[in-house]
Design a protein around this ligand. Sequence first.
Ligand code: PFF
Length: 443
Amino acid sequence: MSTREHWGSRFGFIMAAAGSAVGLGNIWRFPYITGENGGGAFLVIYLGIVIGFGLSLMMAEMLVGRSAQRNPVGAFRQLGGKGWPLVGFLGVLTGFVILSFYIVVAGWTLSYIGQMARGLLHSRYPAVLGSAFEGFVADPWRPLAYAAVFMVLVAWVVTGGISRGIERANRWLMPILFLLLLVLVTRALTLPGAAQGMAFYLTPDWSKVDGGTFFAAISQVFFSFSIGMGTMLTYGSYLSLRENLPRSALTVGALDCLAAFLSGLMVIPAVFAFGFSPSAGPGLTFITLPAVFAALPGGDLFGMLFFTLLAIAALTSAVSILEPLVSYVIDEHGLPRRVVVAGASVVCFLLAVPASLSFGPWSEVTVFGKTWFDLMDFLANNLMLPVGGLLTALFVGWVWGRPALTALSNEHQLHQPWAVAWLWILRVVAPVAITWILITNLS
Ligand code: PFF
């Protein structure tokens, strides 16, 4: 077997993993889900899940990958034997499902950079912007063209390989992303009237909390942390055995939470300052925010920066959604990276076609009452990622078990009591919480 490519540096790995985690999930999804679920109360629950088992699961995935030095299918086969590679396959399949809707939304952000730059979105009225948005997404061709451009960008980065493609892109893009985020947060917080939004964002309203809130929070943690489909496993497989995993997982998790929290700070106070509603759903970013920008001095520039931020975040994440399946085909079937990336990208794009048409000509075509886009989103977030995470937790906790502890703590990376706590989180806490949430909400 040829030697596996590895990350060039620890910083490069952290940026790549954070680049995977910080994406549309943080900037597009997190603020509106928070808005719909009681603001501060959702924040508290979200953080509880992150600490409760999110971080432990991220570490578990990285550890499986690092120990096996293989793609998700190969790693589960090597460490678990018969049957377990199916968990890896589920991950590879989930990657296709997520990319099919992810590149559609990412394509919208590319188009919005251009529309902002040309001043086409200059209206203070969400109703006007709403029909502009709906007109755009309902078009059968334009959104698809942007999705295709985005897919080509993703393929270009992934074709470069680990250190010269993925790592290099993230080393540049992630610092730029955080810089843009800070500029926009500062702008939002210095708006008159921002204080009321801050109060909504930071004061928990427990009356809005029910079982559905927990479900929303758990699926948001999975999606945002990129766990449950073998992405962190694959990125971990390009680490050398000496990497301090607990510290890396903690850093990546903290950066992801920071990005989500800052996105909320950027969006929610600004929305309040102009008297709009923070619970506008998925349109918050594409309808409400342009109205905010139109009311700001220099708003078109800030708007352009915002959609650039969103596009960068989407790119570094989409790259990480493609990599597990690329690494699977390369490892198991020995095909050249270039060929695999080209083939996988074409399939992803074809799957994105019905997702994009869901907003236009195919809006009436539904399966289980959902359009293709909604169905893919629902399947990935509410089913495939949690189930993948559940199986990974059970695998590491019970099947791999004690040797996992040795793999982790042999190198004195985690003091014994913490390592044992980590194992029990995987054995009991995560499986019970995920199963309970799945059963109560899907039945
Ligand atoms: N974490 C990404 C986001 O928040 O947008 C999405 C994602 C990436 C999900 C990688 C799953 C994954 F494996």
